[in-house]
Ligand binder design. Structure first.
Ligand code: PLP
Length: 386
């Protein structure tokens, strides 16, 4: 049996969302932009999904723009703002590449983070001026699960760059945190369905009333001219089903998963020497005696193990059917350590030994037992082999 601990990469589609999707594809295949009865029915499906997503995100239905996922929503937020308003974009150094690369390529400015993985508010303040038209700071990081202080970010932005639009990538936060409340200070909010039990390839950008963006995709004028192209009606309907189910169960699930995550990380910290938990243990110092995870999402166990390479560890884990991930990326043949860990001050060597075990709504106590059974031995085997 597979032990799936990679829910931050993608989590299984919820059975209710699969039912919605199949029924929509089978019975509701009209084009929502058309005029006849079947087209109008598909359009009503979109209206209902828009309402559900608005409820879950703390916005209004007209503010929801359906997209093909987190990457498109992030690109649309940054580039759609820059095209319309000009000026300079600013983002944190730990953003997902869907924001970071776009801001860097536009000649924007990057703000560092502290050793606990949260944005440096003083540096943000020093970086802002009247030329800044967009600030993008994610609500929770995809590698470490560290939650960013968005309310404080918003205050600094309003004071120092009053003309700027604030975007938050809430892709990783949405399955676990009350995004409807936490993202209130943001003008633009990104979410992606496959992180909370909807299908891959569907997402949304919340564009608050009164905030204008230029479309990136132009054509038929769908989504109120903000994103042309026939909508993925079945995927969107399934995303809405998943969002409703997820938000209904979120407080209880977050509590259950936090307890499992704590047991997992505490066990690994206890049983493996030289294990550093990101956001909790400060880089370059001994592991902390008390683990404060109050600033992390409940689902992420992220550690760096001294003296191993995560690629080798992931290989051993996969051989025994444990699916996990590391944050290093392999581009043009050369392994690069995670930009997130680098920004937090982790050395290259330690960053190369990173492991992300991410839990999700289907995770059970047995999954945690199995990971605790296997991982300490696997790390020791790799260390002994050097
Ligand atoms: N933003 C964050 C924080 C993510 O974790 C991801 C996916 O890993 C994305 C954006 C991209 O989302 P998608 O896979 O839907 O394009």
């Amino acid at each position: 049996m597979v032990t799936y601990l990679d829910h931050a990469a993608t989590t299984p589609v919820r059975p209710a969302a699969i039912e919605t999707m199949v029924a929509q594809m089978r019975d509701g295949y009209g084009n929502p932009s058309g005029a006849h009865r079947m087209a109008r029915a598909a359009n009503r499906t979109l209206d209902e999904a828009r309402q559900s997503m608005a409820d879950a995100l703390g916005g209004r239905p007209g503010e929801v723009v359906f997209t093909s996922g987190g990457t498109e929503s992030d690109n649309l937020a940054v580039l759609g703002t820059l095209e319309l308003r000009g000026g300079t974009a600013v983002c944190s150094a730990i953003e997902h590449h869907a924001v970071l690369d776009v801001v860097e390529q536009s000649g924007g400015r990057i703000v560092g983070v502290g050793a606990r993985g949260q944005i440096d508010l003083d540096q943000l303040e020093a970086t802002l001026d009247h030329d800044v038209s967009l600030v993008s700071v994610m609500l929770a990081n995809n590698e470490t699960g560290v939650v960013q202080p968005l309310a404080e970010v918003a205050e600094v932005v309003r004071r120092n760059a009053p003309n700027a639009v604030l975007h938050t990538d809430a892709v990783q936060a949405f399955p676990w945190l009350d995004v409807a409340t936490l993202a209130q200070p943001a003008d633009l909010v990104t979410v992606s369905a496959h992180k909370f039990g909807g299908p891959q390839g569907v997402g949304a950008l919340l564009v608050r009333e009164g905030v204008a963006i230029a479309a990136r995709q132009r054509g038929g004028g769908q989504e109120r001219e903000r994103r042309s192209g026939t909508q993925n009606v079945a995927g969107i309907a399934a995303m809405a089903t998943a969002a409703t189910e997820m938000t209904n169960h979120r407080p209880a699930e977050a509590e259950r998963i936090a307890a499992l995550r704590d047991r997992l990380v505490d066990g690994l910290r206890r049983n493996v020497g030289g294990a550093f938990e990101s956001g909790v243990d400060l880089p370059g110092e001994h592991p902390a005696s008390i683990a404060d995870r109050s600033h992390k999402t409940p689902n992420v166990a992220h550690l760096c193990f001294e003296g191993i390479e995560s690629e080798a560890l992931l290989f051993l884990l996969e051989k025994v059917d444990i699916m996990a991930s590391a944050a290093a990326s392999c581009s043009s043949g050369a392994m690069e350590p995670s930009h997130v860990l680098a920004a937090m001050g982790y050395s290259r060597d330690l960053a190369f030994g990173s492991l992300r075990l991410s839990l999700g709504y289907p995770t059970t106590a047995a999954d945690i037992d199995r990971a605790l059974d296997v991982i300490p031995d696997a790390v020791e085997r790799l260390r002994a082999a050097v």
